[in-house]
Design a protein around this ligand. Structure first.
Ligand code: MN
Length: 307
């Protein structure tokens, strides 16, 4: 089967300011790739004030932040305060409830600081067995690196090419950054779903052209790998996402993943009632340079359905 090529849609987020975000998952033609249920690609954009995301909640998922360029400071209701740079991973396991904020700090004119911000923001759905667990935050200082013919890669989460990330996940998945020059063969598992994002440059994936910012989806099949070709003299910056098909039905709304409409209603109410004792227990307050918080929007006037 030929790869399905998806073009991003620009999304103005209620939770972000200043920057344009290109959403690739979910998409009308692509709900998820393994347990990967969300992919935003942002930048390159100026580092200064490139990202300002006030305190907001998550539940039922893990957030994965991976930068190609720039720096972002993460703070959360667990008390974490973590600067992330390219080559490092921030993994936040929301479990039943967590709140966080993110900001790309203003840069001095020293020339030592990055000037550009370019990243992907990803979510993994948590399986039912762990989705109500206590929240956690993990920072991986250096993703594992590898070389194969025609490509240099970093496994930022999950497992690929015999390397396993120390980031704790709950489904069999892979998240890999690849810099491809020329022709390379990527070994894939026949029973997994995969997607390839062209974050920079372009490539041919199984004879299908993948332009900058597009995503190629590869359904589980009997393939044991995929050929990637990059025009001579060029380098393509790609992200490979993969995973075993995630078969649980979920309800995904705003920053929450649940299993029913009523659960989402309760998650929304808990967050928006910031002064209640329950909210203060679920979402302990923390300080950050941004101040303020982002209320959940109104629910649509229909029953949210599982998918
Ligand atoms: Mn978030």
């Amino acid at each position: 089967m030929q790869p399905l090529v998806i073009s991003p849609r620009e999304v103005k987020l209620s939770t972000r300011t200043e920057i344009a975000v290109r959403r690739l998952i979910p998409h009308a033609q692509l709900r998820r790739v393994g347990a990967w249920v969300f992919l935003d690609h942002f930048g390159p954009t100026p580092q200064v004030d490139g990202m300002k995301v006030q305190r907001h909640p998550h539940a039922g998922l893990q957030t994965v932040t991976w930068l190609f360029e720039g720096e972002v400071e993460h703070r959360d209701s667990l008390g974490s305060r973590q600067l992330i740079r390219p080559g490092q991973v921030n993994l936040m396991t929301a479990g039943r409830a967590v709140a966080h904020s993110e900001v790309s700090l203003g840069r001095e004119a020293s020339g030592l600081r990055p000037t550009s911000l370019h990243a992907v923001q990803l979510w993994l759905a948590l399986p039912d067995s762990v989705r109500n667990s206590a929240p956690a935050f993990q920072h991986v200082e250096q993703a594992r690196e590898f070389r194969i013919d025609g490509a240099a890669g970093r496994v930022f989460i999950g497992e690929f090419a015999g390397l396993r990330s120390p980031a704790v996940v709950h489904s069999p998945i892979a998240g890999v950054e690849l810099r491809v020059t020329g022709r390379t063969w990527l070994p894939l598992r026949p029973d997994w779903q995969y997607a390839l994002l062209a974050a920079e440059g372009s490539a041919i994936v199984e004879a299908v052209e993948l332009a900058t910012n597009q995503l190629a989806y590869l359904e589980a099949s009997d393939r044991t790998g995929v050929w990637i070709d990059v025009p001579a003299g060029q380098t393509a910056l790609l992200v490979l996402l993969g995973g075993e098909p995630f078969t649980e039905e979920i309800v995904m709304w705003w920053n929450f993943i649940g299993r029913s409409h009523d659960e989402i209603v309760a998650m929304r109410a808990l967050w928006n009632d910031q002064d209640s004792g329950d909210a203060q227990l679920a979402y302990p307050k923390f300080d950050d340079a941004l101040g303020g918080w982002i209320p959940a929007p109104e629910l649509p006037n229909v029953t949210l359905r599982t998918r």
